[in-house]
Ligand binder design. Structure first.
Ligand code: ZN
Length: 153
């Protein structure tokens, strides 16, 4: 039987932001490592071959690039971390530690609050308005930038 600490303090259910989301089942302190972003490890070329970009189409995958060499595909062998949505005003962050991705709280989270982190996707191409439309954000935060793409320098 798993100990309490092995059970993530959240549940997966429908979200007003998008699809399913992860919701705190009780109060979670800031700085808690919640869950690993698990999945199959691919090279960027393998990920591109598996999910070719289609012009003008809304983008949705469970890919997470760790660095230039490794992409995690949570659609294969993934866990509940893949349901954690993006927010432009997040209560969690994705932390890369020794080649693995962990979702950690960055502030206290109240019971029932949806967990989210800033996906901050970076594309090879320019982040044009058309590109941003392929990666829309509907997080509802006052500072929502309308896209899950990162700001480019
Ligand atoms: Zn947003």
């Amino acid at each position: 039987m798993p100990s309490d600490s092995a059970v993530p303090p959240f549940e997966i259910r429908p979200s007003s932001m998008q699809g399913l989301g992860a919701f705190a089942t009780h109060h979670i302190l800031a700085g808690v490592r919640l869950i690993e972003y698990a999945g199959e490890r691919l090279t960027p070329a393998e990920a591109d071959a598996r999910y070719p970009d289609v012009d003008g189409e809304r983008h949705h995958t469970f890919l997470f690039a760790i660095d230039d060499d490794v992409v995690i595909d949570a659609a294969v062998n993934g866990n509940d971390a893949r349901f954690i949505n993006h927010s432009c005003d997040p209560n969690c962050d994705a932390v890369i530690d020794d080649g693995r991705i962990w979702i950690e709280t960055i502030r206290d989270v109240a019971p029932g609050e949806e967990l989210a982190y800033d996906y901050a996707y970076v594309l090879e191409e320019r982040h044009t308005p058309a590109a941003k439309r392929r990666f829309p954000c509907h997080c509802g935060a006052a500072n929502c930038r309308g896209t899950i793409l990162a700001k480019k320098r």
